[in-house]
Design a protein around this ligand. Sequence first.
Ligand code: HEM
Length: 487
Amino acid sequence: MREPNEADDAAVARARAADAAPLRSVAALPGPRGWPLIGNLLQFDLPRLHRQFEDWADRHGPTYRLRLGRREVLVISDAETIAALLRDRPDTWRRMRPIEAVIREAGGHGVFSAEGDDWRRQRRLVMSAFDPGHLKRFYPSLQRVTERLMASWREAARRGEAIDLQASLMRYTVDVTTGLAFGVDLNTIDAPHPLQEHLDKLFPMLFRRVNLPFPYWHYLRLPIDREYDRHLRRVHEAVRGFVQAARQRLQDEPTRRERPTDLLEAMLAARDADGSALTEEEVAGNVLTVLLAGEDTTANTLGWAIWLLHEHPDDWQALVAEVDAALGDARLPPSFDAARGLASIEASVGEAMRLKPVAPLLFMEANRETALAGFRLPPGAVVFCLMRRAALDARLAEDVADFRPGRWQDGADRAVQKASMPFGAGPRLCPGRYLALLEMKMVLGMLARNFELLEVGPEGGGAPGERMAFTMFPVGLKMRLAERARR
Ligand code: HEM
């Protein structure tokens, strides 16, 4: 981490001078009343934390304060302020410290939780593994995995069965991620794989631990902690298996060291060529990071998008018409470029991520004294960014709360587009975004071209509930399909 220097002091001084008014203290802001000593910590309702923070913004204003113990927390919902903070990383801002500690303990310390120079080193490697050129070479494998998903949905349609949408989509995303990043064809769609069962249990526990006031599990292991350890052990067994298999490939075909075909080979080749590039712990940590970052995020977003499109039949029909025209007789996008060109899917997904962002909250911490939105923030100050509230700011458009994919296509709603940051912003913008968009175009394109949506929603109807467990997911989504007649 860079030490604060004179330039930083100058930045604070400039910020002070720029704001005519003197910098204010966060303590002066309104906010929900807390308890002595612990502040608001015990009030946090974890499964609906994002809703709770949004409700407090309704009550106390878009900028308010919380207290974590004795520490004041600034909560912000203004898109420009959030974007400015996110851009100012890794020097001025970092992810809130407990995130690193909890992920490190889980053996998942990698590019998501790393900071400073460690982060810079890892970020370069991870970025190149997910760039569009790499995705293009991976396209045939992506088609194969999408065909498997289509076959499983066709089977369900023929039997008249409801599909457990989240579970089905998570099998898809885990297969795609492990194929692209680790060179493994897991095929959890055709047969359950133990990795998936164990992987799914990690996010809720990581989220819980990040938000608990005290790491009690260092002193006392409750049954849920022992259960979590068991899942973690099984996930690490799988991670070790992926690393061993990639090492074997590099040994069998040494040319792969020069031209690695996936992220894992690239990390191992860099490690072997220059021991300082990545530690063994960082290689394993990044495998777990990518497994976690790539599964729920994309699956949840797809789940929300399918539900929203089912609720808006005109938008769905427009999307079906575009896919029919682009695909002709093909059941899936025939090429990488055909998939990338599906603009109405991109627009629908953009709108789904705005209304139902799977990362509605980002937790940041100041590395040094700084100023933000007119507030003086000491080193260690914590800021919570309300990402969804920023994208739903009523000042942006009259119909800001409505699902209207058209606003992403005609460019009319640039202000709304700019305020929506589902992949974050600045130098730590999600490196998996091209992959995520491609997966979503494949799945929605396949769905539109081959099936009719009969029902999408929770059992008993209504809108699905939102639940937070590191990512925000729709509760109990089921989908019933019919096969479309072939023309
Ligand atoms: C719709 C799907 C996805 C969404 C909404 C999403 C969202 C995000 C967000 C909000 C961040 C934090 C960005 C920031 O701090 O500014 C992030 C970081 C990250 N995401 Fe994604 N993500 C998605 C899919 C993926 C996929 C498919 C992968 C990889 C397979 C991935 C890998 C990562 C990694 C490694 C980071 C950490 C980057 C860093 O700290 O430098 N994500 N993502």
